[in-house]
Design a binder for this molecule. Sequence first.
Ligand SMILES: Cc1cc2nc3c(=O)[nH]c(=O)nc-3n(C[C@H](O)[C@H](O)[C@H](O)COP(=O)(O)OP(=O)(O)OC[C@H]3O[C@@H](n4cnc5c(N)ncnc54)[C@H](O)[C@@H]3O)c2cc1C
Length: 495
Amino acid sequence: MAAITGQQFLDRLRKSPPTLYIDGARVEDPTTHPATRNMCQSLAGLYDLQHQPELREKLTYEEGGERHPMSLMVPRTKEDLARIGEAHRIRANYSLGFLGRAPDYMNANVMAAGMGAGYFARCEVEGDHQPDFAGNMRRYYEYVRDHDLCLTHALTNPQVNRAKMASEMPDPYIALGIVEEREDGVVMRGARMMATLPIADEILVFPSTVLKENADKSRYAMGFAIPTNTPGLSFQCREPFDVGRDPEDHPLGSRFDEQDAFVIFDDVLVPWERVFLLYDVELANKAYAATDAVLHMAYQVVNLKVAKTEAFLGTAQSIVNAIGSGQFQHVQSKVAEIIVTLEIMKALEVAAVAGATVNEYGVMTPARGPLDAARNYYPAMYARLPELLQLLGASGIIMMPSKADREGTLGPQISKYLQAGNASAEDRLKLFRLAWDMSMSSFGGRQSLYEKFFFGDPVRMHSALYEVYDKGPAVERIGQFLKRTEKPEGVAADD
Ligand SMILES: Cc1cc2nc3c(=O)[nH]c(=O)nc-3n(C[C@H](O)[C@H](O)[C@H](O)COP(=O)(O)OP(=O)(O)OC[C@H]3O[C@@H](n4cnc5c(N)ncnc54)[C@H](O)[C@@H]3O)c2cc1C
């Protein structure tokens, strides 16, 4: 099998549904459950995109006589990277960039980890059973590619007490931990805090980058992947944002509620061939950086955020056009703010490709500097984007009779009084509903939180940037400048 269709994705979900719980009850079939069925259709639409004749070349590549998703291609040249970036942007546009965890994100992770599989060979375990961690990682990438799987992932431990290490919690298995090694695999118990897009085929539990333990070996260090319907594994979903409204009323929430779930491992058996790393804290903490997975994921993200910022620009300018506010200088200035953010993100994407280099595993890897800048810059800037829509739309973003209202008793009055300067009431209300879902609805509110944290805690990301960035040349230049005693030519000493 190669790049799948939407129908194949839905059939697979029906056959092996993830163990989801919503409002206290098991979701027997996510493709028909009211809170998840529209998201399933949206994912199916995303899979179908790669089969559209005009997009096939852009969204898939050929290998071994089959076509596979572009996000799983191993980039060997800068041109390959640019092709992957274009595919990321095309797919991001499908949801206006509001689907944070489309399969592309984890594909980038698995591709880089699969190519960097040699890293996992450094992990050694005691005892008779000597797993082939590197082979497992490499084969898992091929498996994901050949079946075009949809993955979710979970990295962080439950919040319980951030002043304590996982081993100091009231119960040693609050944080996900290794219980025992068996002939047929490793038993895992505990929980992980967040897995976005639990409507997936498999979950990747990759080494957490924030594991702090006193010992070199810890039961909390691990990397593995298993199907989302593995016995003992459960996903407790948050309150759904798709509440069954017409897409005209909730244009984003009714289509792209990717869900976030708390993940519980109740003595889950992970077969040996699906284990990539065990016990080694340092290897676990460095895995994302050492395999460059973090850069390939950040490259997907920067492309996604370009699409998302374009959506904010388009919506903001459409509001300005609708209410005729474009002549006011502060309105122009607010739209200009979005343009600046967009152009900065586009430039960082271009710079990431321009500065790309081949890593030790032969993979063309986007440059770290621009991507670190993007992932530190955008979370802070994003807070301003919904605010700008609110400032530009004002009461228009709240006074939005629904589709049912428009078709009801007061329909003629709504058509008259809520028309736009350049459009009918129907088109105006659709536009403002979109602005509301982007910036104010429960869907929009979750987006704001998502942008702050999805790539990690912004505070610690800043610290990490401070630690890794080579500040030496800049310090050296200042040192040299301070040593200079000469004055510019032509200026007398006593001037
Ligand atoms: C909508 C959403 C979707 C997400 N999706 C996923 C997903 O799919 N998969 C996944 O693995 N994760 C996901 N995450 C989790 C994300 O990785 C974390 O939110 C992020 O790493 C921060 O961790 P935390 O939420 O546990 O915050 P905490 O670590 O609990 O931090 C809470 C507060 O305490 C501060 N704090 C805590 N510890 C320290 C410290 N050591 N130093 C300084 N300050 C500290 C933080 O700055 C913050 O202000 C998602 C998060 C959100 C909000």
